[in-house]
Design a protein around this ligand. Structure first.
Ligand code: SLL
Length: 156
């Protein structure tokens, strides 16, 4: 697929986590007693577009206290829900489909997200339901996209 020179397409994304205190009724026999929160870490396009034609999988690397800390998600929604007691850094990595068809030579795109369980911004207190949100904005930039990538990202 030929490249379209001097064109760059950026895809706005949001990534981060939501967390709530683990309600007693949500615990199961399998929930470790020291786990205090339930959280979801995610990555998604701001607009409702299907990135699965470009993305092979998104991996979320959790703290090594978790079983199989590297979690791979191969279709949307790109998210992992877990319970736990502590905050740590999560490595979110986007693995693009390779191959001459897409011509993507963008390096696998990597983001570090500090998981937040506790209110962290005095200017934005936790929501009424006690949920803590830590969500950030970024952009995936496709420089000189191939015609195929251009088509995928500009289709309705
Ligand atoms: C801290 N540096 O000490 C961090 C580590 C680890 C969090 C936090 C549960 C793991 C599990 C969990 O919340 N680990 O039981 O699977 O605060």
């Amino acid at each position: 697929s030929r490249r379209i020179k001097n064109v760059s397409i950026s895809v706005p994304i949001l990534y981060g986590n939501h967390a709530v205190k683990l309600a007693p009724e949500k615990r199961t026999e399998k929930t470790p007693p020291d786990h205090t929160h339930e959280w979801t870490v995610f990555l998604k396009p701001v607009q409702d577009i299907d990135l699965s034609q470009l993305i092979k999988k998104v991996t979320f690397k959790l703290h090594e206290t978790y079983d199989t800390p590297v979690r791979a998600v191969d279709k949307p929604p790109y998210e992992v829900t877990e319970t736990g007691w502590g905050e740590f850094e999560i490595v979110i990595k986007i693995h693009f489909h390779s191959g001459s068809e897409l011509g993507i030579n963008e390096k696998n795109f990597q983001i570090f997200h500090g998981l937040k369980l506790h209110p962290f911004n005095p200017k934005s207190p936790p929501r009424e339901n006690g949920e803590v949100h830590s969500v950030l904005y970024d952009e995936l930039v496709f420089q000189d996209p191939t015609e195929k990538v251009f088509e995928i990202l500009t289709q309705k």
